[in-house]
Design a protein around this ligand. Structure first.
Ligand code: ADP
Ligand code: 5GP
Length: 432
């Protein structure tokens, strides 16, 4: 029930900085942490073992694998190719195991682009002199190679700003403690385990209802829509898409099959959900018209623009002379679906309200839109709602019952909404 994903930890930094040493300490300390054995085209050296230190193979085979999409990331380092198996890493993460990558900076950046929640740790040597000594003492390479690695170290260190953490690997005992502390802290982040069993014991009422969503089909809309004025400008709403992506993740983790329909937003591609990218309110309506009849719930978390310019100008409007902007209403998505779709699924609406009478306005909105529940959040309280990482509010149901959600991360708020909504749907089904 408590599905937790493993953490993807990347140790990168100059060759000889101590990545491999620290990676093996992590694997020895955390029994659920796995070392990722890379594939490489360089030849085996010293006491290395094929399958334990690396999978050694030919360049030809490696290139075939690149084409086949085998690698999560790959890079050419010091004239050889190195890469991480995508299937192995995602399999471990899905099974709740943390994965430790000991890779170069180019690879680390690729991992962050694919898995933004991965944790990048840059391992710095105590000083260039210490790095030189370590490379010499490791005595696996000749002096020309050591010189090349020292030059590469300067280049790699230039990328430290793209990392989440750094460790200056001076005294090994201190570095080991630091890397363990980072992994432990990441494991305790609520975003990585948003549904801790401990919270369930204290808030049982809020959490009952999650099971209802197993194998159900949910559509979550998210982000703003953009209504173009010309090829450069548009009318839009303030929205990061974080509440929508959090809702999609929470339904995914409850076992639902999620279709995520998102406008252009920062948080627009949660792993493990089917994503459709749209731009305008009309695009969103077109996708929903095809999909809602197959769904068990439509979650309207998107900040759909209510207005659009009446005309569209090709190219870019001139600045001089100003511009008279004429706008019209965009299609009311729920009202249109209500009229045009035969078997409309239940709807969870979202209402962003200003002022103290928000509850009344949200209730009216729920009834007007034919929704069976509404999540009310305030637009005039700082630190929550639009473009914020946190939220608070209330989920109100058509029978008048409600659940107050105290200030928390959007991911946690989404868990509470999923659970409360499931509890309500169970009750509603029994009552029918
Ligand atoms: P990398 O994987 O970054 O290339 P290694 O972990 O192989 O680096 O470390 C390079 C060498 O330095 C190894 O011989 C290792 O035992 C040694 N080493 C690593 N960290 C320290 C440290 N803090 N103090 C002294 N020696 C270290
Ligand atoms: P070495 O040949 O000394 O073991 O490793 C050389 C460099 O390649 C190191 O910086 C190491 O971290 C990096 N490396 C090892 N495996 C991978 C991998 O799978 N991907 C990438 N991008 N780099 C790797």
């Amino acid at each position: 029930m408590n599905k937790s994903y493993g953490i993807l930890v990347v140790l990168a930094g100059p060759s000889g900085a101590g990545k491999t040493t620290l990676a093996h300490h992590l694997v020895d300390t955390f029994h659920s942490a796995m070392f990722s054995v890379s594939t490489t085209t360089r030849s085996l050296r010293g006491s290395e073992v094929d399958g334990a230190d690396y999978f050694f193979g030919s360049r030809e085979e490696f290139e075939k694998r690149i084409e086949g999409g085998y690698f999560l990331e790959w890079a050419e380092v010091h004239g050889h190719l190195y890469g991480t198996s995508a299937e192995w890493a995602s399999g471990q993460l899905a099974a709740g195991r943390s994965v430790i990558l000991d890779i170069d900076v180019q690879g680390a950046l690729q991992v962050k682009a694919v898995f933004p929640e991965s944790v990048l740790i840059f391992i710095l040597p105590a000083s260039p002199e210490v790095l030189g000594d370590r490379l010499i003492n490791r005595s696996t390479d000749d002096s020309a190679i050591i010189l090349e690695r020292m030059k590469a170290a300067a280049w790699e260190t230039g990328w430290i700003g793209a990392f989440d953490y750094f460790i200056r690997n001076d005294r090994l005992e201190d570095s080991v403690k630091q890397v363990e502390t980072i992994l432990q802290a990441e494991r305790n982040r609520l975003v990585n385990m948003p549904f801790p069993n401990e919270a369930m014991i204290f808030e049982p009422d809020s959490f009952i209802g999650r099971d209802y969503w197993k194998n159900r089909r949910i559509i979550v809309t998210s982000g703003p829509t953009r209504e173009p004025l010309d090829e450069v400008r548009f009318i839009s709403n303030r929205s990061s898409g974080l509440m929508g992506s959090s809702m999609a993740e929470a339904f995914r983790d409850a076992g639902s099959d999620v279709l995520f329909v998102t406008g252009p937003a920062c948080n627009n591609s949660p792993p493990g959900v089917n994503t459709v990218h749209i731009k305008t309110a009309s695009d969103m309506l077109a996708v929903l018209s095809r999909e809602v009849e197959k769904a068990d719930l439509l979650v309207m978390a998107a900040a759909v623009s209510d207005f659009k310019p009446t005309s569209y100008i090709h190219g870019k409007m001139e600045r001089s002379g100003g511009c008279d902007l004429h706008m019209e209403a965009t299609p009311d998505i729920l009202a249109t679906l209500g009229k045009t779709v035969e078997n409309m699924c239940p709807v969870l609406a979202f209402a962003l309200e200003f002022g103290e009478d928000g509850e009344e306005k949200a209730l009216k909105k729920m009834r007007r839109k034919g929704a069976c529940a509404v999540f009310l959040n305030r637009g005039d309280v700082s630190g929550i709602g639009m473009e914020a990482t946190g939220n608070e509010g209330m989920i109100i149901f058509e029978d008048g019952s409600s659940l107050t959600i105290h200030r928390c991360s959007k991911r946690y708020a989404a868990e509470l909404v999923v659970a409360a909504m499931g509890r309500y749907m169970k009750k509603r089904t029994v009552g029918e």
